[in-house]
Ligand binder design. Structure first.
Ligand code: CLF
Ligand code: SF4
Length: 476
């Protein structure tokens, strides 16, 4: 099945939310991820949040039939698990699909992933789905194959999936409780028989879990999509998250139900609402402690083409792409990918450098000289001070470091020039002088020598930390 069509999305919803059937989350920073795993997702725009800025995916709509009925789906449209409701894709034969992939591979060389996600369920259309994958694997071996399914037939086809080297599979799994499932699925068609209510949900849920286990055993990366349906499974999704994690799912993509009467779905007609962005984020946050969550899903259509944030499907309608010649050129594509990787490496380096600088600055220790008459306060005029208390500040703590004797600056107009020079020498290693007041003349001299002046009447530690904060900001 395609990722679940959950109703028409506004553009902001598309940006903010994920659809129920897509597969993918950013595991690039998941704890414990080894280099081999990183390489497997490095150019998959759904599985790696970072990759989605650079690499594109495409879907081919070769799978029209479905074997279950989700209450958020209207079969007039694409599968709500991977596609926006209300979007209808042009059906292709496997041969047409292969032609299209080769055309796109040359026109958009950063397209690295071919997904089959509908418009029905890919595994309810096994011959068309696998034939398409076979053709692509044969003609465009550098393209990753990706599949999104409701999971009912997954255990049945796991060997074929493995044999075709399909490394990324999404299961749309909305619940682990058949009672809840009965509220989401009207019926399930399994082995020539139609099951309703809890009975149907039980079969589906069992097969989904079996499928998840089988994927793990076959070492195929699995993303789970869950449609969040307020009042039905919203409170239950944390439990779902825990269960799929235990079964070895790699990513979790919680997507909002998109439901409106005009979609003609069971939920749409019954007035079932979708979650607000705030509700969605709360559940995603609750789950994110357990595993990495996908938050960049665009709930793309079953014939999507391009980067996740763009839709170039209209450039490749059937009428148009059949006129184009499939000029797949592996060398050209590799060259483009090398360029992208070079660029990514530069960005990575720049980010690391900025981070290192930030850390170095936040650990930085500085000294400040304080004019005080006691009481733990900055409360003395610069010109009256006969000594400065020197403190070391590192952003977290203010530690007393000693005192520096000086000649009082205000001498009734005599010798102030020489005194100022001596004072500056005495506190040359300090970044600032904290005083209750200071005249313009010594202030300018200190500033010219690189020592800042802070006028305040407050607790020493407070003034010192405030100065530290603005000092670090200024040098970042
Ligand atoms: Fe397609 Fe899904 Fe593969 Fe991606 S989509 S089959 S994993 S290649 Fe991606 Fe689209 Fe979201 Fe799906 S943004 S709807 S998660
Ligand atoms: Fe997808 Fe089938 Fe569910 Fe529709 S009914 S959302 S096509 S799995």
């Amino acid at each position: 099945m395609t990722e679940p069509a959950t109703g028409l999305l506004t553009s902001s919803q598309q940006e903010a939310n994920t659809k129920s059937g897509g597969c993918g989350c950013d595991s690039t920073t998941a704890p414990g991820m080894d280099e081999k795993l990183k390489a497997r997702i490095a150019n998959h725009p759904c599985y790696s949040e970072e990759a989605h800025h650079h690499y594109a995916r495409m879907h081919v709509a070769v799978a029209p039939a479905c074997n279950i009925q989700c209450n958020y789906c209207n079969r007039k449209y694409d599968c709500a698990n991977e596609s926006r409701p209300g979007v209808v894709s042009e059906l292709l034969t496997p041969e047409e699909a292969a032609h299209k992939v080769l055309v796109v591979a040359s026109k958009i060389p950063q397209m690295t992933v071919l997904g089959i996600a509908g418009p029905g369920d890919p595994l309810a259309n096994p011959e068309k789905t696998f034939r398409t994958f076979e053709l692509i694997a044969d003609k465009a071996p550098d393209i990753k194959l990706c599949l999104s399914t409701n999971g009912l037939m997954l255990p049945e086809y796991i060997d074929r999936i493995k044999a075709l080297n399909i490394d990324h599979v999404t299961i749309t799994l909305n619940t682990i409780d058949p009672e809840i499932g009965a509220q989401i699925y009207s019926w399930v068609h399994y082995k020539r028989k139609r099951y309703k209510g809890v009975e149907g949900a039980k079969i589906l849920l069992e097969k989904q879990m079996e499928g998840l286990q089988a994927l793990k055993e076959a070492d195929i990366l699995c993303k789970v999509n869950s449609v969040m349906i307020p009042g039905i499974n919203d409170q239950h999704l944390v439990e779902v998250n825990k269960a799929i994690r235990e079964k070895g799912a790699f990513l979790h993509n919680i997507m909002p139900l998109i439901s409106a009467p005009e979609h003609g779905t069971h939920f749409g007609l019954n007035g079932q609402r979708g979650p607000t962005n705030k509700e969605l984020k709360e559940v995603q946050d609750q789950c994110s402690g357990n595993m990495k969550m996908m938050r960049h899903c665009r709930q793309c259509r079953a014939d999507a083409v391009g980067l996740l944030g763009e839709d170039r499907s209209q450039e490749f309608t059937k009428e148009k792409f059949l006129e184009m010649s499939p000029e797949y050129n592996l060398e050209n594509r590799q060259e483009v990918h090398e360029g992208i990787e070079k660029f990514r490496a530069e960005i990575k380096l720049a980010k690391e450098k900025a981070q290192a600088e930030k850390e170095a600055n936040s650990n930085k220790k500085i000294l400040v000289a304080v004019a005080t008459k006691g009481g733990g306060l900055v409360n003395q005029h610069f010109g009256h001070a006969k000594e400065f208390q020197v403190y070391e500040v590192d952003g977290k703590e203010v530690r007393y470091a000693g005192h520096r004797r000086i000649d009082q600056y205000c001498q009734g107009g005599y010798g102030e020039e020489a005194t100022a020079d001596n004072i500056m020498k005495t506190i040359a290693d300090c970044q600032a002088v904290l005083v209750s007041k200071i005249g313009n003349c010594p202030k300018e001299k200190l500033n010219a020598a690189g020592i800042q002046t802070v006028e305040a009447y407050d607790v020493i530690e407070k003034v010192a930390l405030e100065f530290y904060e603005q000092y670090v900001k200024a040098i970042q």
